[in-house]
Write a protein that binds this ligand. Structure first.
Ligand code: IDP
Ligand code: MG
Length: 137
């Protein structure tokens, strides 16, 4: 059993896509073990995306991620890190497979609706960034 961190980004929340994303998770047998809505400050977004701090898109990305509420979830299931990344689709929605969340809903390489951890170590760090063990069911 594996865990991963999922975020419905500010564009997804603003555009009314919370239900759509959750529907796809549940339809694919992915269990939601924790969920909350938060509005990150710029500093919290910078901390979350610290691995990207040298990237040219870091400032714009952290402005975007702190521009409105997000839904953060802990997902649980067998091989869930990879399975959820497959449901999300490629970072660049233009390269995402048809039927993935990003292919269907992203409008921009930055505004791509969802986040998902990319490996077991990052999943662990990212989950701990938002949730205490008591909040995970
Ligand atoms: P991921 O979300 O698919 O794991 P990462 O490379 O970790 O992709 O990048 C984190 C986020 O930064 C992306 O989801 C996207 O919102 C944004 N991003 C990535 N590459 C670019 C870019 O080239 N221009 C603008 N934003 C980008
Ligand atoms: Mg990433």
């Amino acid at each position: 059993m594996e865990r991963t961190l999922s975020i419905i980004k500010p564009d997804g929340v603003k555009r009314g896509l919370i239900g759509e994303v959750i529907k796809r998770l549940e339809a694919n047998g992915i269990r939601i073990a924790a969920m909350k809505m938060i509005h990150m400050t710029k500093e919290v977004a910078q901390g979350f995306y610290a691995v990207h701090k040298e990237k040219p898109f870091f400032d714009s990305l952290t402005d975007f991620m702190s521009s409105g509420p997000i839904v953060v979830m802990v997902l649980e299931g067998e091989d869930v890190i990879k399975r959820y990344r497959e449901l999300m689709g490629a970072t660049n929605y233009k390269e995402a497979k048809p039927g993935t969340i990003r292919a269907d809903f992203a409008t921009d390489i930055e505004k791509n609706v969802v986040h998902g951890s990319d490996a077991p170590e990052t999943a662990k760090t990212e989950i701990a960034y938002f949730f205490s063990e008591l909040e995970i069911c």
